[in-house]
Design a protein around this ligand. Structure first.
Ligand SMILES: NC(=O)c1ccc[n+]([C@@H]2O[C@H](COP(=O)([O-])OP(=O)(O)OC[C@H]3O[C@@H](n4cnc5c(N)ncnc54)[C@H](O)[C@@H]3O)[C@@H](O)[C@H]2O)c1
Length: 349
Protein backbone atom coordinates (compact mmCIF):
# COMPACT_ATOMS: atom_id res chain seq x y z
CA UNK A 1 0.00 0.00 0.00
CA UNK A 2 1.54 3.28 -1.06
CA UNK A 3 0.21 6.65 0.06
CA UNK A 4 1.41 9.97 -1.36
CA UNK A 5 0.67 12.91 -3.64
CA UNK A 6 0.93 12.77 -7.44
CA UNK A 7 1.11 8.95 -7.61
CA UNK A 8 -1.18 8.63 -10.59
CA UNK A 9 1.27 10.41 -12.88
CA UNK A 10 3.83 7.68 -12.19
CA UNK A 11 1.56 4.67 -11.96
CA UNK A 12 2.94 2.43 -14.71
CA UNK A 13 6.48 2.04 -13.29
CA UNK A 14 5.05 1.66 -9.80
CA UNK A 15 2.68 -1.09 -10.94
CA UNK A 16 5.51 -2.74 -12.85
CA UNK A 17 7.55 -2.89 -9.66
CA UNK A 18 4.58 -4.34 -7.76
CA UNK A 19 3.57 -7.05 -10.25
CA UNK A 20 6.94 -7.86 -11.84
CA UNK A 21 6.27 -6.86 -15.43
CA UNK A 22 3.53 -4.75 -16.99
CA UNK A 23 1.23 -7.29 -18.71
CA UNK A 24 0.54 -7.01 -22.43
CA UNK A 25 -3.14 -6.25 -21.77
CA UNK A 26 -3.93 -3.75 -19.00
CA UNK A 27 -7.55 -2.86 -18.23
CA UNK A 28 -8.78 0.02 -16.11
CA UNK A 29 -12.25 0.00 -14.57
CA UNK A 30 -13.42 3.49 -13.69
CA UNK A 31 -16.49 5.69 -13.90
CA UNK A 32 -17.05 8.42 -16.51
CA UNK A 33 -16.87 11.44 -14.14
CA UNK A 34 -13.61 10.24 -12.58
CA UNK A 35 -12.11 9.48 -15.96
CA UNK A 36 -13.07 12.94 -17.23
CA UNK A 37 -11.21 14.52 -14.32
CA UNK A 38 -8.20 12.26 -14.02
CA UNK A 39 -8.00 10.01 -17.09
CA UNK A 40 -5.28 11.99 -18.82
CA UNK A 41 -3.02 12.07 -15.76
CA UNK A 42 -3.73 8.37 -15.21
CA UNK A 43 -2.63 7.40 -18.72
CA UNK A 44 0.43 9.66 -18.80
CA UNK A 45 2.92 7.08 -17.51
CA UNK A 46 1.70 4.10 -19.58
CA UNK A 47 3.58 3.30 -22.81
CA UNK A 48 0.23 2.23 -24.30
CA UNK A 49 -3.08 3.51 -22.90
CA UNK A 50 -4.94 0.82 -20.87
CA UNK A 51 -8.26 -0.48 -22.20
CA UNK A 52 -10.95 1.50 -20.39
CA UNK A 53 -14.03 -0.16 -18.90
CA UNK A 54 -16.77 2.03 -17.45
CA UNK A 55 -19.16 1.65 -14.55
CA UNK A 56 -21.71 4.43 -14.04
CA UNK A 57 -21.61 5.93 -10.52
CA UNK A 58 -24.11 4.72 -7.92
CA UNK A 59 -24.97 1.66 -5.84
CA UNK A 60 -27.60 0.62 -8.38
CA UNK A 61 -24.80 -0.35 -10.79
CA UNK A 62 -22.95 -2.46 -8.21
CA UNK A 63 -24.64 -5.59 -9.52
CA UNK A 64 -24.08 -9.02 -11.01
CA UNK A 65 -25.46 -7.64 -14.28
CA UNK A 66 -22.65 -5.05 -14.42
CA UNK A 67 -20.07 -7.72 -13.67
CA UNK A 68 -21.40 -9.94 -16.45
CA UNK A 69 -21.34 -7.05 -18.93
CA UNK A 70 -17.78 -6.17 -17.92
CA UNK A 71 -16.51 -9.76 -18.23
CA UNK A 72 -17.93 -9.87 -21.75
CA UNK A 73 -16.35 -6.54 -22.67
CA UNK A 74 -13.02 -7.85 -21.42
CA UNK A 75 -13.39 -11.02 -23.50
CA UNK A 76 -14.15 -9.00 -26.61
CA UNK A 77 -11.15 -6.74 -25.95
CA UNK A 78 -8.82 -9.74 -25.84
CA UNK A 79 -8.31 -10.20 -22.08
CA UNK A 80 -6.64 -13.40 -20.97
CA UNK A 81 -5.39 -14.91 -17.72
CA UNK A 82 -2.23 -12.81 -17.91
CA UNK A 83 -4.17 -9.52 -18.04
CA UNK A 84 -4.15 -6.99 -15.25
CA UNK A 85 -7.13 -5.00 -14.03
CA UNK A 86 -6.78 -1.64 -12.30
CA UNK A 87 -9.76 -0.41 -10.29
CA UNK A 88 -9.63 3.39 -10.42
CA UNK A 89 -12.43 5.02 -8.45
CA UNK A 90 -14.32 5.01 -5.17
CA UNK A 91 -15.46 2.02 -3.15
CA UNK A 92 -18.05 0.95 -5.71
CA UNK A 93 -15.53 0.73 -8.54
CA UNK A 94 -13.11 -1.00 -6.13
CA UNK A 95 -15.62 -3.60 -4.95
CA UNK A 96 -16.88 -4.37 -8.46
CA UNK A 97 -13.36 -4.33 -9.93
CA UNK A 98 -12.03 -6.67 -7.26
CA UNK A 99 -14.90 -9.09 -7.79
CA UNK A 100 -14.50 -8.93 -11.56
CA UNK A 101 -10.79 -9.72 -11.21
CA UNK A 102 -11.54 -12.53 -8.77
CA UNK A 103 -13.88 -14.38 -11.10
CA UNK A 104 -12.66 -13.50 -14.60
CA UNK A 105 -11.11 -16.71 -15.96
CA UNK A 106 -11.04 -17.92 -12.32
CA UNK A 107 -8.97 -14.96 -11.23
CA UNK A 108 -6.58 -12.38 -12.63
CA UNK A 109 -4.36 -9.96 -10.71
CA UNK A 110 -5.65 -6.50 -9.91
CA UNK A 111 -4.45 -3.23 -8.46
CA UNK A 112 -6.50 -0.66 -6.57
CA UNK A 113 -6.17 3.07 -7.17
CA UNK A 114 -8.83 4.40 -4.78
CA UNK A 115 -10.09 7.98 -5.33
CA UNK A 116 -12.31 8.68 -2.31
CA UNK A 117 -11.28 8.92 1.34
CA UNK A 118 -13.56 6.02 2.16
CA UNK A 119 -12.01 3.80 -0.46
CA UNK A 120 -8.45 4.81 0.51
CA UNK A 121 -8.84 4.19 4.23
CA UNK A 122 -11.35 1.40 4.18
CA UNK A 123 -12.62 -0.46 1.15
CA UNK A 124 -9.32 -0.88 -0.72
CA UNK A 125 -7.71 -2.45 2.34
CA UNK A 126 -8.59 -6.00 3.27
CA UNK A 127 -9.52 -7.76 0.04
CA UNK A 128 -13.31 -7.81 0.41
CA UNK A 129 -14.95 -7.56 -3.01
CA UNK A 130 -18.52 -7.93 -4.17
CA UNK A 131 -21.81 -6.65 -5.46
CA UNK A 132 -25.33 -6.02 -4.17
CA UNK A 133 -28.49 -8.07 -4.63
CA UNK A 134 -31.98 -6.57 -4.59
CA UNK A 135 -32.31 -8.48 -1.29
CA UNK A 136 -29.29 -6.87 0.35
CA UNK A 137 -26.06 -4.93 0.04
CA UNK A 138 -22.73 -6.72 -0.60
CA UNK A 139 -24.48 -10.11 -0.51
CA UNK A 140 -22.36 -11.71 -3.23
CA UNK A 141 -18.60 -11.51 -3.26
CA UNK A 142 -15.34 -13.01 -2.18
CA UNK A 143 -11.97 -12.22 -0.73
CA UNK A 144 -9.42 -11.31 -3.41
CA UNK A 145 -6.37 -9.34 -2.38
CA UNK A 146 -5.05 -6.65 -4.74
CA UNK A 147 -1.39 -6.90 -5.75
CA UNK A 148 -0.92 -3.26 -4.73
CA UNK A 149 -2.91 -0.23 -3.61
CA UNK A 150 -1.91 3.33 -4.52
CA UNK A 151 -3.72 5.95 -2.45
CA UNK A 152 -3.07 9.30 -4.13
CA UNK A 153 -3.94 12.28 -1.93
CA UNK A 154 -4.00 14.68 -4.90
CA UNK A 155 -7.05 13.04 -6.52
CA UNK A 156 -9.02 13.91 -3.39
CA UNK A 157 -8.84 17.54 -4.54
CA UNK A 158 -11.92 17.04 -6.73
CA UNK A 159 -13.92 15.00 -4.23
CA UNK A 160 -17.25 16.67 -3.29
CA UNK A 161 -17.21 18.14 0.25
CA UNK A 162 -19.90 15.80 1.53
CA UNK A 163 -18.01 12.71 0.32
CA UNK A 164 -14.84 14.00 1.98
CA UNK A 165 -16.52 14.43 5.36
CA UNK A 166 -18.35 11.12 5.17
CA UNK A 167 -15.10 9.30 4.35
CA UNK A 168 -13.36 10.93 7.28
CA UNK A 169 -15.92 9.31 9.61
CA UNK A 170 -14.13 6.01 8.96
CA UNK A 171 -10.90 7.64 10.15
CA UNK A 172 -12.64 8.92 13.27
CA UNK A 173 -13.72 5.32 13.79
CA UNK A 174 -10.15 4.07 13.26
CA UNK A 175 -8.89 6.38 15.96
CA UNK A 176 -11.60 5.47 18.45
CA UNK A 177 -11.08 1.72 18.16
CA UNK A 178 -7.30 1.51 17.84
CA UNK A 179 -5.33 4.78 17.73
CA UNK A 180 -5.41 7.43 20.46
CA UNK A 181 -2.81 9.51 18.63
CA UNK A 182 -5.06 9.66 15.55
CA UNK A 183 -7.97 10.87 17.72
CA UNK A 184 -5.80 13.64 19.10
CA UNK A 185 -4.46 14.59 15.67
CA UNK A 186 -7.95 14.76 14.19
CA UNK A 187 -9.11 16.90 17.11
CA UNK A 188 -6.20 19.30 16.86
CA UNK A 189 -5.97 19.53 13.06
CA UNK A 190 -9.62 19.45 11.97
CA UNK A 191 -9.27 22.71 10.09
CA UNK A 192 -6.30 21.50 8.03
CA UNK A 193 -7.80 18.05 7.41
CA UNK A 194 -11.15 19.46 6.31
CA UNK A 195 -9.33 22.14 4.31
CA UNK A 196 -7.60 19.28 2.39
CA UNK A 197 -4.11 20.23 3.47
CA UNK A 198 -2.10 17.47 1.78
CA UNK A 199 0.20 16.77 4.72
CA UNK A 200 -2.63 16.62 7.26
CA UNK A 201 -4.79 14.43 5.02
CA UNK A 202 -1.91 12.10 4.29
CA UNK A 203 -1.24 11.66 7.99
CA UNK A 204 -4.88 10.78 8.71
CA UNK A 205 -5.13 8.46 5.72
CA UNK A 206 -1.86 6.67 6.39
CA UNK A 207 -2.75 6.13 10.06
CA UNK A 208 -6.21 4.81 9.16
CA UNK A 209 -4.79 2.42 6.57
CA UNK A 210 -2.15 1.19 9.02
CA UNK A 211 -4.83 0.51 11.59
CA UNK A 212 -7.07 -1.43 9.21
CA UNK A 213 -4.19 -3.36 7.64
CA UNK A 214 -2.97 -4.37 11.10
CA UNK A 215 -6.39 -5.69 12.10
CA UNK A 216 -6.95 -7.47 8.78
CA UNK A 217 -3.51 -9.11 8.96
CA UNK A 218 -4.60 -10.78 12.18
CA UNK A 219 -8.06 -11.82 10.95
CA UNK A 220 -8.20 -11.79 7.15
CA UNK A 221 -11.45 -13.70 6.78
CA UNK A 222 -13.44 -11.82 9.36
CA UNK A 223 -13.97 -14.40 12.09
CA UNK A 224 -12.88 -12.37 15.10
CA UNK A 225 -10.84 -9.21 15.58
CA UNK A 226 -11.94 -7.73 12.24
CA UNK A 227 -15.38 -7.29 13.79
CA UNK A 228 -14.14 -4.25 15.71
CA UNK A 229 -13.91 -2.38 12.40
CA UNK A 230 -17.70 -2.35 12.56
CA UNK A 231 -17.94 0.27 15.29
CA UNK A 232 -21.00 2.35 14.44
CA UNK A 233 -22.07 -0.07 11.74
CA UNK A 234 -24.86 -1.99 13.53
CA UNK A 235 -27.14 1.02 13.80
CA UNK A 236 -25.41 2.71 10.85
CA UNK A 237 -26.51 -0.07 8.51
CA UNK A 238 -29.94 -0.01 10.12
CA UNK A 239 -30.25 3.71 9.32
CA UNK A 240 -29.15 3.14 5.72
CA UNK A 241 -31.71 0.38 5.34
CA UNK A 242 -34.50 2.28 7.07
CA UNK A 243 -33.94 5.23 4.71
CA UNK A 244 -33.75 3.04 1.60
CA UNK A 245 -30.04 3.88 1.01
CA UNK A 246 -31.18 7.21 -0.40
CA UNK A 247 -30.68 9.75 2.39
CA UNK A 248 -27.31 9.05 3.97
CA UNK A 249 -23.85 8.38 2.66
CA UNK A 250 -22.32 5.33 4.30
CA UNK A 251 -19.89 7.37 6.42
CA UNK A 252 -22.70 9.61 7.64
CA UNK A 253 -24.69 6.57 8.73
CA UNK A 254 -21.60 5.25 10.54
CA UNK A 255 -21.23 8.66 12.20
CA UNK A 256 -24.74 8.42 13.66
CA UNK A 257 -24.14 4.76 14.51
CA UNK A 258 -21.03 5.77 16.46
CA UNK A 259 -23.07 8.28 18.46
CA UNK A 260 -25.36 5.39 19.48
CA UNK A 261 -22.40 3.11 20.27
CA UNK A 262 -20.79 5.82 22.41
CA UNK A 263 -24.06 6.21 24.32
CA UNK A 264 -24.25 2.47 24.95
CA UNK A 265 -20.60 2.34 25.98
CA UNK A 266 -21.22 5.17 28.44
CA UNK A 267 -24.24 3.36 29.87
CA UNK A 268 -22.18 0.21 30.35
CA UNK A 269 -19.25 2.13 31.76
CA UNK A 270 -16.65 1.12 29.15
CA UNK A 271 -15.94 4.82 28.56
CA UNK A 272 -15.98 7.67 31.08
CA UNK A 273 -18.27 10.68 30.89
CA UNK A 274 -15.34 12.84 29.76
CA UNK A 275 -14.39 10.32 27.04
CA UNK A 276 -18.02 10.10 25.91
CA UNK A 277 -18.23 13.87 25.54
CA UNK A 278 -14.85 14.15 23.85
CA UNK A 279 -15.54 11.43 21.27
CA UNK A 280 -19.04 12.62 20.52
CA UNK A 281 -17.62 16.09 19.90
CA UNK A 282 -15.07 14.58 17.51
CA UNK A 283 -17.81 12.86 15.48
CA UNK A 284 -19.69 16.15 15.14
CA UNK A 285 -16.49 18.06 14.34
CA UNK A 286 -16.32 16.10 11.07
CA UNK A 287 -20.03 16.61 10.41
CA UNK A 288 -22.55 18.05 10.35
CA UNK A 289 -24.36 14.74 10.01
CA UNK A 290 -27.65 15.00 8.11
CA UNK A 291 -30.82 15.41 10.15
CA UNK A 292 -33.20 12.44 10.26
CA UNK A 293 -36.80 11.91 11.18
CA UNK A 294 -37.25 8.22 11.91
CA UNK A 295 -39.12 6.10 14.44
CA UNK A 296 -37.00 4.14 16.92
CA UNK A 297 -38.99 0.96 16.23
CA UNK A 298 -38.22 1.12 12.51
CA UNK A 299 -34.48 1.45 13.11
CA UNK A 300 -34.43 -1.28 15.77
CA UNK A 301 -36.29 -3.62 13.40
CA UNK A 302 -33.76 -2.87 10.65
CA UNK A 303 -30.91 -3.66 13.06
CA UNK A 304 -32.41 -7.14 13.50
CA UNK A 305 -31.69 -7.91 9.84
CA UNK A 306 -28.02 -6.92 9.98
CA UNK A 307 -25.49 -9.12 8.14
CA UNK A 308 -23.28 -9.15 11.24
CA UNK A 309 -25.92 -11.05 13.17
CA UNK A 310 -24.93 -14.69 13.19
CA UNK A 311 -27.34 -17.39 14.41
CA UNK A 312 -29.70 -14.75 15.73
CA UNK A 313 -27.02 -13.16 17.95
CA UNK A 314 -26.75 -9.40 17.59
CA UNK A 315 -23.15 -8.22 17.73
CA UNK A 316 -22.27 -4.73 18.82
CA UNK A 317 -18.88 -3.05 18.89
CA UNK A 318 -18.28 -0.82 21.88
CA UNK A 319 -15.31 1.46 22.53
CA UNK A 320 -13.28 0.75 25.62
CA UNK A 321 -11.67 4.01 26.64
CA UNK A 322 -10.03 5.75 23.67
CA UNK A 323 -8.03 3.56 21.27
CA UNK A 324 -9.56 0.21 22.14
CA UNK A 325 -12.84 -1.59 21.47
CA UNK A 326 -14.52 -4.92 22.07
CA UNK A 327 -17.42 -6.91 20.66
CA UNK A 328 -20.41 -7.69 22.86
CA UNK A 329 -23.20 -10.13 22.09
CA UNK A 330 -25.51 -9.48 25.00
CA UNK A 331 -27.03 -6.12 24.14
CA UNK A 332 -30.63 -6.32 25.32
CA UNK A 333 -33.58 -5.03 23.26
CA UNK A 334 -34.06 -2.30 25.89
CA UNK A 335 -30.43 -1.16 25.55
CA UNK A 336 -30.67 -1.15 21.77
CA UNK A 337 -33.85 0.90 21.92
CA UNK A 338 -32.30 3.38 24.33
CA UNK A 339 -29.19 3.81 22.13
CA UNK A 340 -31.31 4.22 18.98
CA UNK A 341 -33.55 6.67 20.86
CA UNK A 342 -30.58 8.78 21.94
CA UNK A 343 -29.16 8.81 18.41
CA UNK A 344 -32.49 9.67 16.75
CA UNK A 345 -33.26 12.44 19.26
CA UNK A 346 -29.98 14.10 18.28
CA UNK A 347 -30.56 13.46 14.60
CA UNK A 348 -34.00 15.10 14.74
CA UNK A 349 -32.60 18.41 16.08
N1 LIG B 1 -14.76 -3.77 0.40
C1 LIG B 1 -14.84 -3.22 1.58
O1 LIG B 1 -14.19 -3.63 2.55
C2 LIG B 1 -15.72 -2.01 1.76
C3 LIG B 1 -15.65 -1.26 2.93
C4 LIG B 1 -16.43 -0.11 3.05
C5 LIG B 1 -17.27 0.27 2.01
N2 LIG B 1 -17.32 -0.50 0.88
C6 LIG B 1 -18.19 -0.11 -0.24
O2 LIG B 1 -17.72 1.12 -0.76
C7 LIG B 1 -18.81 1.75 -1.45
C8 LIG B 1 -18.80 3.22 -1.15
O3 LIG B 1 -17.60 3.76 -1.61
P1 LIG B 1 -17.36 5.34 -1.73
O4 LIG B 1 -17.82 6.00 -0.49
O5 LIG B 1 -15.98 5.53 -2.19
O6 LIG B 1 -18.45 5.78 -2.81
P2 LIG B 1 -18.49 5.79 -4.40
O7 LIG B 1 -17.63 4.76 -4.98
O8 LIG B 1 -19.93 5.79 -4.74
O9 LIG B 1 -17.89 7.23 -4.76
C9 LIG B 1 -18.59 8.38 -4.30
C10 LIG B 1 -18.85 9.39 -5.40
O10 LIG B 1 -17.68 10.17 -5.59
C11 LIG B 1 -17.30 10.19 -6.98
N3 LIG B 1 -15.84 10.27 -6.95
C12 LIG B 1 -14.98 9.31 -6.59
N4 LIG B 1 -13.73 9.77 -6.56
C13 LIG B 1 -13.78 11.07 -6.95
C14 LIG B 1 -12.82 12.10 -7.10
N5 LIG B 1 -11.54 11.89 -6.81
N6 LIG B 1 -13.23 13.30 -7.52
C15 LIG B 1 -14.54 13.54 -7.77
N7 LIG B 1 -15.51 12.61 -7.62
C16 LIG B 1 -15.13 11.40 -7.21
C17 LIG B 1 -17.87 8.90 -7.53
O11 LIG B 1 -18.06 8.97 -8.92
C18 LIG B 1 -19.17 8.80 -6.77
O12 LIG B 1 -20.17 9.60 -7.36
C19 LIG B 1 -20.06 1.05 -1.00
O13 LIG B 1 -20.58 0.28 -2.06
C20 LIG B 1 -19.60 0.16 0.14
O14 LIG B 1 -20.35 -1.03 0.23
C21 LIG B 1 -16.56 -1.62 0.74
Amino acid sequence: MITGSGLIETLAPRIERAVGRLPRRVFVLTSPPIWALWGEAFCSSFPEAPVTLFLEPGEKYKTMASVERLTREMMRAGADRGSLLIAFGGGIVGDVGGFLAAIFMRGIPYVQVPTTILSQVDSSVGGKTGVNLPEGKNMVGCFHQPRAVFADISVLGTLPERELKAGLMESVKSGIIRDRALVRFMEEHAEQVLGRDAKALEKVIAASIRMKAGVVARDEHDFGLRMILNLGHTLGHALEQATGYKVLLHGEAVGWGMVAALYLARQRGTISKAQFERLQKLVHLYGPLPALKLRVAKVVAAAGADKKNVGGVRRFVLPIGIGDAGVVEDVTPAELEAAAGYMLAQAAE
